[in-house]
Design a protein around this ligand. Structure first.
Ligand code: NAD
Length: 432
């Protein structure tokens, strides 16, 4: 099929490359000319495992192209995905400016029947708004489809190629059939294609992210209670997870959720629920717990040292999660801010996010070339992101480099007994 993907960020680029990999002709459109130039030269603006190779292969096969020209992309394609950003607006709601702008512009470029597929995460009612805008701008026939994306950064290609399910909100049979045909190669493993109305499809994405954020905040609270009463969150988690009604995913305590989706989507869902006269109490609490959790390690440092003024703190991990360079809403940002505010100096290392971090912290912190370099003379190591390379380091070398062998592990990546046997003072989350 001939496909245009408008918005070439994490979602659009992955979707475009994966759709091309399955034999479609894909043209990716973005207003960011520098990004498009980079992609045209075969370079990838983000870090996502496997993506560079996928893009290179499909460019070489001439199934994947990049442009800033929306009009030609639309005219050449039958299916147009919209995957532009929907950031948090001033009042907490999703800012739909990009989505609605694209709807207007693509309507003006239409030259025949088109299926406009909204992949961005958007509040209920957006498909209807997009439909109204397009109807005002063109006499050509079209269908609007809601197809929320559930991929996870760091495992995005696998998630797109082998999704748990494909959700399609479609109001007419012609568009539904085309979407089923398009997704058939991605669901050979038996994953369901779920056809529904647009409002339900739109809400499904928010409900899924809100549920995951709720599990994270819930487990962080359980972990904090473990600390208060002297229980071990690892044991509690295993017991809870073995209940088949609950299951094992998303039950790990940590330093709070971040990234471009959970914080934004929780906020947006709160906002559109209240705009429809419904107060979503649980989500309000989920958000509040998350804000507090991001600073929990700072409290731990302060209670260990008394004051952290003048302390040299090494940070391992800046990205909001491993296998990405994304620092949007990363817990490392408020955590480092609080450390600096309290008078500590910060020496940070992340395997992929150093460039992004420089853009955020500039000269307020120093940047190490590797994990060990960050430890030189450190009074404490704080582990914020659980990159695999932090899991089995050379502990003897670490101890020699640090002034005080103290570790604050926000991700519970070490065994407390083993790490203490190595001569470290060790604090983790929810474990004695
Ligand atoms: P992003 O910020 O990485 O990318 C958005 C892209 O859209 C940018 O490259 C921007 O230049 C481009 N853009 C903006 N306005 C444009 C316009 N008028 N025409 C063409 N291009 C335009 O965003 P993202 O992380 O890919 O997220 C996109 C959407 O997908 C959001 O709604 C997000 O909530 C949702 N989503 C994201 C993820 C994720 O893991 N990142 C997962 C599922 C869903």
């Amino acid at each position: 099929m001939k496909i245009a993907v408008v918005g070439t960020g994490y979602v659009g680029l992955v979707a475009g490359a994966c759709l091309a990999e399955n034999g479609n002709d894909v043209i990716c459109v973005d207003t960011d000319a520098a990004k498009v130039r980079l992609l045209q030269r075969g370079r990838i603006p983000i870090y996502e495992p496997g993506l560079e190779e996928l893009v290179r292969r499909n460019r070489a096969e001439k199934r994947l192209n990049f442009t800033t020209a929306l009009e030609s992309g639309v005219r050449k394609s039958q299916i147009i995905f919209v995957a532009v950003g929907t950031p948090t607006g001033e009042d907490g709601s999703a800012d739909l400016k990009h989505v609605l702008d694209v709807a207007r512009d693509l309507a003006r470029a239409m030259n025949g029947y088109k299926v406009v597929v909204n992949k961005s995460t958007v509040p209920v009612g957006t498909a209807a708004r997009v439909r109204d805008i397009i109807r005002r701008e063109t006499t050509h026939p079209f269908s609007v489809v809601s197809n929320p994306e559930f991929l996870k950064q760091g495992a995005a290609i696998d998630d797109f190629m082998k999704p748990d399910r494909v959700v399609i909100g479609a109001e007419d049979a012609r568009a539904a059939e085309l979407m089923k045909e398009l997704y058939a190669p991605f669901t050979r493993t038996g994953a369901p294609i779920m056809l529904m109305d647009c409002a339900s499809a739109e809400l499904s994405k928010y409900a899924a992210n809100a549920m995951l954020a709720t599990r994270i905040s819930f487990m962080n609270e359980v972990s904090n209670v473990c600390e208060a009463v002297g229980a071990d969150v690892d044991q509690v988690r295993r017991a809870v997870a073995s209940d088949r009604r609950i299951g094992p995913s998303f039950l790990f305590p940590g330093v709070g959720y971040g990234g471009s989706c959970f914080p934004k989507d929780v906020k947006a869902m709160l906002r559109f629920a209240s705009a429809n006269d419904y107060e979503f109490h649980i989500l309000r609490a989920v958000e509040c717990v998350n804000e507090r959790q991001k600073l929990r390690l700072v409290t731990k440092l302060q209670s260990h040292f008394g004051s952290i003024k003048g302390k040299r703190v090494a940070i391992w991990g800046l990205a909001f999660k491993p296998r990405t360079d994304d620092m949007r809403e990363a817990p490392s940002v408020p955590l480092i801010g609080a450390l600096l505010h309290a008078g500590a100096t910060v020496h940070a290392y992340d395997p992929e996010a150093m460039k992004v971090a420089r853009g955020i912290f500039d000269s307020k912190i120093s940047y190490a070339d590797n994990g060990y370099a960050a430890l030189t003379g450190a009074d404490a190591l704080v582990i914020v992101t659980e990159w695999n390379e932090f899991r089995e380091p050379d502990f003897a070398r670490m101890r020699k480099l640090m002034r005080n062998p103290v570790i604050f592990d926000g991700r519970n990546i070490y065994n407390p007994e083993q790490i203490r046997a190595q001569g470290f003072t060790y604090f983790s989350m929810g474990r004695p």
